[in-house]
Ligand binder design. Structure first.
Ligand code: NAD
Length: 487
């Protein structure tokens, strides 16, 4: 099926450097495919070191003028960008769905979610206050200024092609930074369309630059940014191994870092929980984007007294999910991003079943074939199974039983990761105990949908550091300068 947009010029297939749309300098290209059909829908540059350097040159040159633009004007440009994103929600939603595979309703929803960060940071841009500090000695004035860090390099994953990049670019631009960005190789088209709209909104030349590269050449591009002392911050969302690599390699020039990495979220249902709400919460948290989210519940712990009732309610809901391509308006679960992703899910399910788990729904690839996996509920899961140790990143609910609060807290925290956790309980004292005991950056309490532009999103432990969204999200793109004046 051809990719048709009401504004065909939003389908951009070139790099965006210094306000010019350009091919990669060495002419190499990268196909972009639709994971539902495994067909190529576009061809983009497979860029290398020379393109990465050109992007930094442009961003560095544009820096002084951009930081000198009054915050109110920067905010107005961001507000125009927000309005344009929302005005083109349908086209952007289609692009997301075609290159990433999520159902069209979710694609449209992601556009609104991405725009909410642009709007939020437009509003925050004018509130980057410093401080006046009461001086400890007379005859002095002591002040704190907030300044932009400088050139920011943003590297993003494929699972939210609009939201991940918007929530990095928007705070960077709001703070007065300039940006070089490399979107994920599977989903570059949405980022390029967003850059087209940013250009239309009045973002000046060089302030935003997008360089596309294949997985094989991602390191070549990013290594240039890591080594270049003019790049003062790396903001990355993706896997923990790549995040650790970036942390090591940016040490040479001591850049500021924000790392939003993998998770292994626990989801706990106590015997005093409202089971219907818990099932609703799990459906919302687990099956968004077919389970391909970093906050997706990966280990489900259900109290033994409510285990069978919970599984029965859940199985009915999961068994009724409609699997299909994004182009089918009834689809609730799309294809996984690629064959590699399906193989990982299959390995986890087979490993669990071989070690004693049982599939009460699904348990194998979906009959549609290709990159589809059947929504699955596994019971009798334990901590030794691969699905408990690694992110499955697919539509698989892996259920463990528990009987004791202390035991389940210990199990939930028994992971190197610490991004999100969820629990359902009706006991106020238990709610406070759990909220404080869970070792994650985000805790959902009787709630499965957590992300919002007004809230700080990010992890602890090996899920990374730094926060996106909220007032903390702007601070990550600023540095603190102390001024001391003798009168
Ligand atoms: P990934 O780490 O493989 O890729 C992410 C980005 O890094 C891509 O742009 C890729 O091209 C780039 N990259 C890959 N190797 C690189 C290298 N050697 N040097 C520089 N850049 C390199 O992750 P993915 O498979 O695209 O995404 C899935 C992972 O991202 C999951 O683990 C998921 O939990 C995580 N994720 C986290 C969040 C969050 O907010 N915490 C959000 C979405 C996804």
């Amino acid at each position: 099926m051809p990719l048709s947009l009401s504004r065909p010029d939003l389908l951009r297939t070139q790099n965006f450097i210094n306000a010019r749309w350009c091919e990669g300098r060495d002419g190499r290209t990268l196909p972009v495919s639709d994971p539902a059909l495994d067909v190529t829908i576009a061809s983009v540059p497979d860029s290398g070191a020379a393109d990465a350097r050109a992007a930094v040159d442009a961003a560095y040159a544009a820096g002084p003028a951009w930081r000198a633009v009054p915050a109110k004007q920067r905010a107005q440009i961001l507000k125009r960008w927000n309005a344009l994103i929302l005005a083109h929600q349908e086209d952007l939603g289609r692009l997301i769905s075609r290159e990433q595979g999520k159902p069209l309703a979710e694609g449209r929803g992601e556009v609104a979610y991405a725009a909410s960060y642009v709007e939020w940071f437009a509003e925050e841009a004018v509130r980057a206050y410093g401080d006046i500090i009461p001086a400890p000695v007379s005859g002095r004035r002591m002040m704190v200024l907030k300044e932009p860090v400088g050139v920011v390099a943003a590297i993003t994953p494929w699972n939210f092609p609009a939201a991940m990049i918007a929530r990095k670019i928007a705070p960077a631009l709001a703070a007065g930074c300039t940006v070089v960005a490399k979107p994920a190789e599977d989903t570059p088209l949405t980022s390029l369309a967003l850059a087209r709209l940013a250009e239309e909104a009045g973002v000046p030349a060089g302030v935003l630059n997008i360089v596309v590269a294949s997985r094989e050449r991602a390191a070549e591009v990013v290594d240039v940014w890591l080594a270049d002392g003019r790049v003062r911050k790396i903001t990355f969302t993706g896997s923990t191994p790549v995040g650790k690599h970036l942390a090591r390699e940016s040490a040479g020039t001591l850049k500021k870092l924000s790392l939003e990495l993998g998770g292994n979220a626990p989801f706990i249902v106590f015997d005093d929980a409202d089971l219907d709400k818990a099932v609703d919460g799990l459906m919302a948290a687990k099956f968004r984007n077919g389970g391909q989210t970093c906050v997706s519940p990966n280990r489900i712990f259900v109290h033994q007294l409510v285990h069978d009732a919970f599984v029965e309610k859940l199985a009915a809901r999961v068994g009724a999910l409609k699997v299909g391509p994004a182009t089918d308006p009834g689809s609730q679960i799309g294809p996984m991003i690629n064959e590699r992703a399906v193989q990982k899910i299959e390995r986890h399910v087979r490993d669990a079943i071989a070690k004693g788990a049982h599939a009460v729904v699904g348990g194998e690839r979906h009959q549609l074939g290709g990159n589809y996996f059947a929504p699955t509920v596994l019971i009798d899961v334990d901590a030794t199974m691969a699905c408990s140790c690694e992110e499955t990143f697919g539509p698989v609910v892996a259920i463990n039983r528990f009987s004791d609060e202390m035991e389940v807290i210990a199990a939930a925290n028994d992971t190197p990761f610490g991004l999100a956790a969820y629990f359902f309980s009706g006991d106020v004292k238990r709610i406070w105990r759990l909220a404080e005991a869970l070792q994650t950056g985000i805790v959902g309490i009787n709630e499965g949908a957590l992300a919002a532009e007004a809230a700080p999103f990010g992890g602890i432990k090996e899920s990374g550091y730094g926060r996106e969204g909220s007032r903390y999200g702007l601070d990550d793109y600023m540095q603190t300068k102390y001024l001391c004046q003798t009168l």
